[in-house]
Design a protein around this ligand. Structure first.
Ligand SMILES: [Zn+2]
Length: 404
């Protein structure tokens, strides 16, 4: 049993090495594979044969001739398999079906009716997956896995949402429930972390090994990638930068502390700030836009007003950017990432916050390289987290196991 086990593992380890090489370097020939992986040609041949049979890779005839016969080249058969990604946010459930390149085939979005219960949320997720399976009419065995990006604290090992503050839910057994219904492999991760992985695979990752992505929306969370891998910390708290203290005399936060980044730069913080300023007499286009119902002021409206030149909206967004820049400088001094990528709802107003983020970092960075840390807006848009959820599955499929 032991022998068989190690044999199987060895085989699958080599299999991942080859699959990953074809992904990153394809089209690639068998001979090149053997050379670059240091596996013997017979081993490469037998694994390639197996991968061809599963339909995971295919032969392509565009090999460059170096004199003599053109070698047969191998590429990933990206459109032969599919992955489902779910993004469970505070108010919306987004779902996507993509091929192995992350190309969107289908996408849906449904509101999460509040208040909700564990069972209701699970059933909503089940319906979202079923919906994608129905629209595509793919054979279920072409779906490699379901990735779930869930806001809040997640137990990645068990695939359980431990605490989803915005839905007020605890201990939602996402993985076991979906696996039982669909018999498809499920991976669950915190949404900001899933987003970071999505950037690494499909976005601004660009081969950088140390990146931080910031999910800027109702809350603020960061996904940290160190040496190419997601960093969780001992108890999955790593990246909770929304509760980094920026101003000890600042507003009270939902966590009980004062002046957390989230109380100064999140979507709700920005909206509250605008409403308060107008209530004490500041002039703003917003007042007209909401017909004097100040509680209707939201991030999207503030962005709209800023685009129309409304000074109060421009100032508020720029101030939020400054607070973010202070938080990000702390992060730069702690982790020294190659690049920081900003995504999430508030990042839609990126043109009004990015400059003040950069100015704050310029002012505070310890060294020139710290001051000039690259800060970019995500280009994955509204699907960043769902695509990140997709990459949770890709990472498992392609990454090379490190354990013996
Ligand atoms: Zn807090």
């Amino acid at each position: 049993m032991q022998v068989k086990g190690s044999f199987q593992l060895m085989k699958s380890l080599n299999r991942s090495v080859i699959l990953n090489k074809i992904r990153t370097d394809g089209p690639i020939s068998r001979a090149e594979l053997a050379k670059s992986t240091k596996l013997t040609p017979p081993t490469v041949s037998s694994i390639v044969k197996e991968l061809l049979e599963t339909g995971m890779i295919m032969e392509s005839s565009q090999g460059a001739s170096k004199g003599g016969r053109k070698p047969t080249m191998l590429v990933i058969n990206a459109s032969n398999f599919y992955i489902i990604g779910l993004d469970v946010g505070p108010t919306l459930l987004k779902s996507v079906l993509t091929d192995l390149n992350g190309t969107l085939v289908h996408q849906h979005e449904i509101p999460i009716p509040l208040p909700t219960s564990n069972q209701e949320l699970l059933e909503l997720m089940r319906d979202a997956v079923q919906n994608l399976l129905d629209t595509e009419e793919k054979e279920q065995d072409k779906i490699i896995g379901i990735g779930v990006g869930m806001h809040g604290v997640v137990d990645v090992q068990e695939g359980v949402s431990l605490f989803a503050p915005n839905l007020q839910l605890r201990d939602v057994p996402i993985k076991s429930y979906l696996e039982e219904v669909f018999h498809i492999h499920v991976v669950v991760e915190n949404d900001a972390r899933a987003m970071a992985l999505g950037e690494l695979w499909f976005g601004h990752g660009n081969g950088a090994n140390n990146i931080v992505t910031v999910n800027l929306g109702r809350g603020i969370g960061a996904g940290i990638i160190i040496n190419g891998e997601l960093f969780h910390g001992e108890n999955s708290i790593a990246g909770e930068i929304g509760h980094m203290t920026i101003d000890i005399r600042g507003p009270k936060c939902s966590c009980g502390n004062y002046g957390c980044l989230q109380t100064l730069a999140s979507g709700p913080a920005i909206s509250e700030r605008a409403a308060k300023e107008i209530a004490i007499g500041k002039q703003s286009l917003l007042q007209e836009m909401v017909d004097d119902n100040l509680e209707e002021i939201g991030g999207r409206l503030i962005h709209e007003a800023a685009k129309k030149g409304d000074q109060l909206s421009i100032d508020i967004l720029s101030e939020a950017g400054m607070f973010l820049g202070i938080g990000l400088t702390n992060l730069i001094h702690t982790l020294n990432p190659t690049r920081i990528i900003i995504g999430g709802g508030v990042s839609q107003a990126g043109e009004f916050i990015l400059d003040s983020i950069k100015t704050a970092i310029q002012k505070r960075g310890l060294t020139n390289s710290a001051k000039n840390t690259e800060v970019l807006l995500s280009e994955l848009g509204a699907h960043a987290t769902a695509l990140g959820a997709v990459s949770l599955i890709l990472v498992e499929m392609f990454s090379v196991a490190k354990t013996e």
